[in-house]
Design a protein around this ligand. Structure first.
Ligand code: ZN
Length: 274
């Protein structure tokens, strides 16, 4: 199957128009006329994951995070992004990025996170309409089957999500009851107010900062509507997408491609042993 057809399939599953305005997902590198049989999935396009894709003989690497977040003018191989590009191009491997369009899609990162954590009937926190009867948009909010305490929910997240150094942190009353849960895979502190407005008992996301977190807890208690926060690593909140993506992409392409995930944890943090 030609890369062009593979890209069409990916963009039917994860339409590019669902992206955020500042984001530029899509085919970054590659010859659309070339045959594509092996698709390699990784969260980040780093030199290590590019080498892993090359060693497997991948024709296409699909990543969630962009190779370039900003416009660039120079990509020599002395620059980390240039190194990824030259590693992939020299081995004939294309790169397709599905970023905020995947976050918003049906069976994208946020729905995969809900599925992993048993959050039922997830609806977008910020709806963008429906595609083929499925609601799409940023974030998701749904309900746990049974109410649990915030500390039970946070430890359940730690147990169920891919392991990274950070584990799971919580803010708020550990004994408060949690049933209605909002999630935003990746860095989600811009959705703290939205989670509160939607009546979430807990908001799970990554990369929560000190001041926005304190403000959110303060606002919730001033409204006498407590909301707990659960912060997991960025890597842990987005990796569950591969549970869905590998199967969905293979099915979409009529089983004519081989798909495999990266085995490298691209979480940058490491523990300190003294
Ligand atoms: Zn991310």
């Amino acid at each position: 199957m030609k890369l062009k057809k593979v890209v069409e399939g990916l963009e039917e599953l994860y339409p590019l128009f669902l992206k955020e305005e500042w984001d530029f997902p899509g085919l970054v590198l590659g010859d659309e006329e070339k045959e594509c049989k092996k698709i390699f999935f990784a969260l980040d396009p780093t030199e290590k994951t590019a080498i892993e894709a090359k060693d497997w003989g991948a024709d296409l690497m699909v990543t969630h995070h962009p190779l370039f977040f900003k416009a660039v003018h120079l990509i020599p191989s002395s620059n980390p992004h240039g190194r990824v590009a030259s590693t992939l191009l020299s081995s004939g491997c294309a790169l397709w990025v599905g970023h905020t369009n995947v976050d918003a899609s049906f069976r994208g990162t946020n729905e995969a996170l809900c599925a992993r954590l048993g959050i039922l009937d997830p609806e977008p926190m910020e709806p963008l309409g429906e595609i083929s009867g499925h609601p799409v948009g940023m974030g998701r909010i749904g309900e746990l089957k049974e109410a649990v305490s915030l500390e039970e929910f946070a430890s359940f997240c730690q147990e169920k999500l891919p392991r990274a150094v950070q584990g799971s942190k919580m803010a708020g009353d550990p004994k408060m009851k949690v049933k209605r849960v909002a999630v935003m895979s990746g860095a989600g502190d811009s959705f703290l107010d939205k989670a509160l407005e939607l009546g979430a008992d807990a908001f799970l996301t990554s990369d929560l900062r000190h001041h926005p977190s304190l403000d959110a807890i303060g606002k919730a208690s001033a409204l006498q509507r407590p909301m707990g926060l659960v912060d997991v690593s960025h890597f842990s909140s987005e990796s569950p997408w591969f549970d869905f993506a590998l199967q969905d992409v293979k099915n979409k392409l009529g089983g004519k491609v081989e798909c495999r995930p990266s085995r490298i944890c691209t979480d940058p943090w490491r523990e300190i042993f003294i």
